[in-house]
Write a protein that binds this ligand. Structure first.
Ligand code: SF4
Length: 277
């Protein structure tokens, strides 16, 4: 069902819409970093979580090195660019070894610790191959019944194919607004968004810095795609403790005014700008 017309004419940047592909057997994850922490954003806030940040992204919010921001074409710049641009192929067994060193293997395998697939963008094609391959490998390695809870953090611009889609327990979609400096045709992919909305457990996380952001979110996403109000999470745009309370208050006031779910960014409250914690 088509829910939006404005972007339907654009076919240039849209991926081919197929649900089956040939998949090479991967044995490595193209990894930037991984660490044990707590999910501090979105619907699973508070859950212990193991973050797996994969290398590469199909967007460059704010421009490389903040170029668009400096030129006045964006108001913010990707805060993980320096991390997701680096990375290398890590054999599957090395990741499991890290869980063993942390003493969390059983908790990961039974879903007590969520696996958070993030980036960069974890749905770019190479990761849509390697994530399912890793999960298949784990199943072969472990004779017991697994109940891994896989969450993915996506910008919602790449169609998620069956191999990956069917292995996800939760999709957290954080679409990018005009203030990212990315052209509309690269930021909004109707097929990719509708695919996400066909999942049993999906959420849209919107970063709200101004009331204008909220108006754009309603105009370009919530209304045209008929996103249910109880699937909309609003988070403040902030990255340090300096403005944590003021920005959180603003976000919660907007949640009251527009009737969506208002949250904050717990990791900033706990760890400020520290990453990998
Ligand atoms: S989509 Fe996310 S990871 Fe990619 S450039 Fe934008 S903010 Fe960074």
């Amino acid at each position: 069902m088509q829910k939006r017309n404005k972007f339907m004419e654009d076919t240039i940047t849209r991926p081919t819409l197929t649900t089956k592909r040939m998949r090479e057997v991967d044995t490595k994850l193209d990894l930037s970093e991984s660490f044990y922490s707590v999910q501090c954003e979105g619907a699973s806030t508070g859950y212990p979580a193991y973050f797996i940040r994969l290398k590469g992204c199909n967007l460059m919010c704010g421009g490389t090195g903040g170029k668009f921001m400096k030129e006045g074409k964006a108001t913010w710049w990707c805060d993980t660019e320096a991390v997701w641009k680096k990375g290398f192929g890590v054999p599957f067994f090395k990741l499991k070894q890290k869980w063993e060193q942390e003493g969390i293997t059983d908790w990961v395998l039974n879903g007590r610790v969520h696996l958070i697939w993030t980036g960069g963008e974890p749905t770019i094609p190479k990761h849509q191959n390697s994530i399912p391959a890793f999960l298949d490998w784990l199943e072969k390695e472990e004779p017991r019944q697994l109940a891994i809870f896989n969450e993915i953090e996506t910008n919602g611009t790449m169609y998620i194919y069956d191999d990956l889609f069917n292995k996800l327990q939760q999709i957290n979609c954080s679409v990018k607004l005009a203030n990212s400096g990315m052209p509309e045709a690269r930021r909004i992919n109707p097929e990719a968004l509708e695919r996400i909305m066909s999942h049993d457990n999906y959420w849209f996380k919107f970063v709200v810095s101004t009331e204008e952001c909220l108006k754009e979110i309603e105009r370009d996403f919530i209304k045209p795609f008929n996103i249910p109000f109880d699937k909309v999470l609003m988070m403040p745009g902030l990255d340090s403790q300096k403005n944590y309370h003021e920005r959180t208050r603003f976000c919660l006031e907007m949640a009251k005014k527009y009737g969506y779910i208002g949250l904050s960014r717990l990791h900033v409250s706990a760890w400020d700008k520290l990453t990998g914690v």
